[in-house]
Design a protein. Sequence first.
Length: 64
Amino acid sequence: MQIIVAHQRGERGAPDYFPKMKQEIIEVIRKYVQISDDQVSVQLDQNDDNLSVLELNVTLPDSK
């Protein structure tokens, strides 16, 4: 599963909510499937166009 969230940054001093958003997304996924922290990778990219992209890659277990 891959989740990508794009966000246009306003002021540079604005609070950074990405870590909390990441944790909340993982908690929602855990309501449906058992995953460990090592099955989740997170990358935050910021470009010159004042845009932040948060990418979460989650390795889901095989359904049996």
